[in-house]
Design a binder for this molecule. Structure first.
Ligand code: S3P
Length: 163
């Protein structure tokens, strides 16, 4: 049976963590963030983890967290952009996709923010990855929220009305 978590998905730069954190405060629920949990475990940044251990290692850590998330209930969960590929993703909860065009996301992220993301360092490759993933995000989503030109309060209001 599917639990009552709310799971945020979307491409890098879509504001999943900020929005999930804000929603957890508003709804008084637990906040979980896949990237932060992995960083905490290794006391290394995502970019260091990719560099030292490789992407495959990182994806296995995401899979372990997916098992953990599937056992939680009523948490607000922010996931990394590639987390949708874990097995049994749909069992994790009600899934909200934060959608935007690539150009918007590209402008949202500062150079410093891009450099923290190993898969966004190269704009050309990032766009290719975006095009490959958008249909998957749509397929996994229970709710799609278009985020362009909306501030966090507007997005929170839209989400709370629709969940
Ligand atoms: C990734 C997105 C990142 C992080 C890692 C890989 C991806 O998270 O998990 O760099 O595959 O799209 P954000 O979406 O929070 O930037």
């Amino acid at each position: 049976m599917r639990n009552e978590n709310i799971v945020f998905i979307g491409f890098m730069g879509s504001g999943k963590s900020s929005l999930a954190r804000a929603l957890s405060q508003k709804t008084n629920r637990v906040f979980l963030d896949s990237d932060s949990l992995i960083e905490m475990k290794f006391q290394k940044s995502i970019s260091e983890i990719f560099k030292i251990f490789g992407e495959e290692f990182f994806r296995k850590e995401e899979q372990k967290l997916a098992y953990l998330f599937s056992m939680t209930n009523k948490a607000i969960i922010s996931t990394g952009g590639g987390f949708i590929h874990v097995s049994d993703f749909k069992s994790l909860g009600f899934c909200i996709y934060l959608r935007a065009e690539f150009d918007f996301l590209n402008k949202q992220l500062s150079l410093e923010e891009k450099n923290k993301r190993p898969l966004f360092c190269n704009e050309f490759k990032a766009k290719k990855l975006y095009n490959k993933r958008i249909k998957d995000y749509e397929k996994k989503a229970d709710l799609i929220i278009d985020i362009e030109n909306k501030n966090i309060e507007e997005l929170l209001e839209e989400i709370t009305k629709r969940i």
